[in-house]
Design a protein around this ligand. Sequence first.
Ligand code: AMP
Ligand code: ZN
Ligand code: FE
Ligand code: FE
Length: 276
Amino acid sequence: MIDLHLHTTASDGLSTPDALVREAAAAGLRTIAVTDHDTVAGVTAAAAAAMRAGLTSVPGIEMTASAAGRDLHILGYYLDIDDVGLLAFLAARRDERRARVVAIGERLRAIGAPVDLASILDVPAASGRALGRPAVARALVAAGFAADISDAFHRYLAEGRPAFVVRPGVPPADVITRIHDAGGLASLAHPGKMHVDTLVPAFVAAGLDAIEVYHPDHTPDDTARYLAMAHAHGLLVTGGSDYHGPGSGRTSGLGSVTLPADAFAALETRAGAVRS
Ligand code: AMP
Ligand code: ZN
Ligand code: FE
Ligand code: FE
């Protein structure tokens, strides 16, 4: 089984790369990609653990872009995780994430839900760890301001809620170019969650290589529609569980959503062609 969408403690996942690989092997996965938000800090450890466990791993990332004022997630695969331009770009995105968490903390204080974010913010930049709203959500739960993670988003952190802070945002075309410049392939993550179907032709024009057709938040209709869209635009197909670890508040477990072997073979072939 193949799962190309997994998170670790390098971003907002709860499993370390080592633990994730153990969980993946136990769930029967044979091929994995760690795709943390705006960081590749978990990729090397995951690759080493995967090799020890006899799994195949693909270097990956889930990068954040903004289109029409909304977040958009773009997955990158087979990229060179030592690419200097990529690493500088990601470091800038993580600085923005950190500043956003600080701003969210100030909002929360102003509206009477003060949480201590010091331990969250106490992460050396050199660690490459990406901060995000899920960590703030956990702090809100721990402080008793929310019943659970999804309640914390609903009450405070989601778009339109009182502690929502707009991120500076990077255009999708820039993110796609960064992935290409690092030798990777770019896939539009869970489009069914993003409401950007009308923008897909523009993303294709910007060089998009694939669409994430298989994702836990996709209905059967979504899956069929994006499969057809991929075929219509000549795009590759990716998929995975978007697993964030045990007890992350996500319902999708490892092995719940996988990528068919023929789709993976096509991706692998294209990646080889890109590299040569
Ligand atoms: P950020 O990247 O800091 O904007 O945080 C976004 C992340 O928070 C997403 O990638 C999800 O993992 C998580 N998230 C967003 N909305 C919710 C929600 N309603 N409930 C739980 N997790 C969420
Ligand atoms: Zn996440
Ligand atoms: Fe995502
Ligand atoms: Fe994800």
